[in-house]
Every structure is written in C-alpha cells, then in structure tokens.
Design a protein around this ligand. Structure first.
Ligand code: ATP
Length: 364
C-alpha cells in the first residue's frame, strides 16, 4: 500500500510547483536549495495550502482531487506535521501541548505511549513549562512529540533538527528511525543538512525550482552531475552503516564491520565509548576529503583503514574532482585534478581507499 501518492501543482507569483510524489514506507528525505519549494510541498500535503490542480492520496484514501472537487481539510488527513519553528500553543504548558492531538485518539488506538515518548525525548522536566520558557531545541522536541502522539499515518517534518544541538540530534535521529520501524509510520523529512538527513535515510527526493530533479538512493543520485551540483553546497558526506564487532581495549579501538565490505574497519574507541555495545548497528560519517586513494596497499603506515575497491565513476567538476569507489559499499572520495592525472584514475581501475580511524564520526 502506498503511504502517499500525489501529483500537485501550485503557482505563487513567479514560482510554480509541479511535483509527483509516490512512496510506500520508510523515511524519505526532501532536499533542495532555498526556494526549491520544499515548504510549499509540505503545506500542500498537510492541508495548509490548496493546490491549483492535482490529487493527493494517503494510504489509498483520496484527500484532494481538484478534478472531483474533493478537498479534505488538515484535521481529516491524519498527517503529523512538525513545523520549522515548532509552533506550540503558547497558552498551554508542554504536557497539554503534547496531549492536545492525542485526546482525539480513541483509547487503545494510541500508537505511542505518552510516558515512553516523554522519556525518550527527555521532556520530563519540561512538562509544566510554557513554550516561552523553552529553548528552540526544547520546543522542537515537544513539537516532534506532539506530532507523534496524534498517531499519524504519515509524519512530515520541516527542518526538525535546525535548532537541536549535536547531542540531541544524535539522540533523536535513532529514535525517529526506531519509531518508523516499530510503528511503521512513514516519514518525509525536509532538511538543509545533508549529513543529518543521511543519518536518517539514504532515500531522497531532490527538489529544484518546484520540480523533482531526482528520486532514489543518495549514492545513485550523486552519480548524476546535475544532482551532485545541488548537493555539493550542503556538504557531501559518506554515511555508512556498520556493526560493532569488538572493542580492542589494549589498542583503544573499536572494530566495525559492514556486511558488504571486504575488510573490517577500526575506529578510535573513545568516540564510541558510550553509545555502542557489541552487535549494535551504527551510522558513521566520513568526509570525501578525508579519504585518500593509492594504487597499492601501504604497509607500515599509521592510517589504519585500507579498503580495496574499484572506481565506478570519475566526476570532474570545475576545480573539484570526485571518485565513486565500490568497496563493497560505495564511497565518495574527493581528489585533486593533479592526482587524478598522475594516478591515471578512470572507471574500472583498482584502488585502495585509505582513511584514519579519527576521520570516522559516529552519528547515531
Ligand atoms: N506568498 C507567496 N507569494 C509569492 N511567492 C511565494 C510566496 N510564498 C513563497 N513564495 C515563493 O515560492 C518559492 C518556494 O518557497 P518555499 O518556501 O516552498 O521554498 P523552500 O524550498 O522551502 O525554501 P527554504 O529552504 O528557503 O525554506 C520561493 O521562491 C518563494 O519565494
């Protein structure tokens, strides 16, 4: 069953949006430059703006069809929406804000328990406070909690991490993944921050000028130059899922594995000390600039991680060049034009990808 299927058109001044969206489940990121139409799309889906033309179905129920004169208002759509700026009711305390949407859900139909949510989002000490007494990040956590407590069929989030600090992002991102898996609530998440978005999902819609430029897995999208251009300004990043295999206490390392990679990867233990036990899955970021390419494995070097791979694609962009290398999973590597020429790098060539343990950042 499709969580969402829509084809919507809307013009505002010089801007026109014409977007087809279709997705079944999971978490999908919406990424695009400022003015691409991300917020407009969210507003059309949730019912805050009306399309000039088009249709919208949520779980096969038609919510909008301009040809049949159907227009269900926001309250009938069962779409949870987390606004960019939170938008809590100022006259209610946090507890009442959280429970506001939940009170319309019949007893026993509540998907997420109040107590569980409050604990996970660390809202215990905030329950009696009014929104004006909260920081931006606290407001956003309450807004996420409130949207989830309305037991939505679909959850939309517009820049949900923009005012959260790194610690809270690391806490909330795995929680959203857990909610998505446990309760099967499909999520559409708008974010300017590509590494954050990629920690949550690798499935993206790329928007530009009110149109869908591409849809699919991040690593497939960056192979296409026009899409790489859109994403480049936001900080390209490798986000890789690993399993914690062992803690090598003697050497202060944690050993990670990726089921598709040929080699195990070691990571400095200090960085993962609190969050990971053996068997845990974790997302790790690695900047394309922090990976070096060589033509042979190098013994006696302090760089601990050396993965053999094959160049899938060489992408040349003005003064920046990238190689996409298959090491079992795909790695994007930034390289100078001089090295590209000197090493005669081209598609199909065998290389080694080198990166220090310290270059790996744990996201979740
Ligand atoms: N009321 C309006 N009248 C005319 N144009 C508008 C109106 N509201 C928005 N726009 C234009 O519509 C376009 C899309 O805006 P939208 O807010 O959807 O973009 P966005 O991708 O969410 O941008 P950002 O990342 O900056 O939030 C922009 O070019 C904006 O200037």
């Amino acid at each position: 069953m499709h969580a969402l299927s829509a084809h919507l058109k809307r013009s505002k001044g010089d801007f026109s949006l014409d977007i087809e969206v279709d997705f079944i489940q999971g978490i999908t990121g919406i990424f695009g430059p400022s003015g691409a139409g991300k917020t407009t799309l969210m507003h059309l889906l949730v019912g805050l703006e009306k399309p000039d033309e088009g249709f919208l179905k949520i779980e096969e129920t038609t919510m909008v069809d301009t040809f049949k004169n159907i227009y269900e208002p926001a309250r009938n759509r069962k779409v949870g929406y987390v606004f960019q700026e939170g938008r809590l009711f100022p006259h209610m305390n946090v507890r009442k804000n959280l429970l506001f949407a939940a009170k319309y859900i019949p007893k026993g139909k509540q998907v997420i328990e109040f107590e569980e949510l409050v604990n996970l989002l660390e809202l215990n000490n905030l329950l009696e406070k009014r929104p004006k007494q909260l920081s931006g990040g606290e407001k956003q956590r309450v807004a996420i909690g409130r949207a989830l407590l309305s037991s939505p069929k679909l959850l939309l989030m517009d820049e949900p991490f923009s005012s959260l600090d790194v610690k809270l992002r690391r806490q909330i991102i795995p929680y959203l993944i857990k909610i998505n898996r446990k309760f099967n609530i499909p999520m559409l998440v708008v974010s300017h921050d590509l590494p954050d978005l990629l920690s949550l999902t690798r499935e993206l819609f790329l928007l530009k000028n009110g149109r869908v430029l591409g849809q699919g897995n991040y690593l497939d999208l960056i192979e296409q130059e026009n899409m790489l251009d859109v994403m480049r300004g936001a900080g390209l990043m490798n986000v890789i899922q690993f399993k914690v295999e062992a803690h090598d206490k003697k050497n202060g390392l944690t050993i990670l594995s990726n089921k598709d990679a040929s080699e195990e990867i070691s990571i400095e233990r200090e960085m993962v000390l609190d969050c990971c036990q053996i068997g845990d899955e974790m997302n790790v970021s690695l900047r394309p600039e922090d990976i070096a390419l060589t033509l042979e494995k190098i013994p006696n070097i302090s760089i601990r991680n050396q993965l053999p791979g094959t160049i899938l694609k060489v992408i040349q962009k003005e003064n920046r060049n990238y190689c996409l290398v298959d090491v079992g999973f795909k790695l994007l590597i930034s390289i100078t034009h001089a090295s590209l020429l000197k090493m005669e790098l081209s598609e199909g060539k065998k290389v080694w990808c080198l990166f220090k343990s310290m270059a790996l950042q744990t996201n979740t």
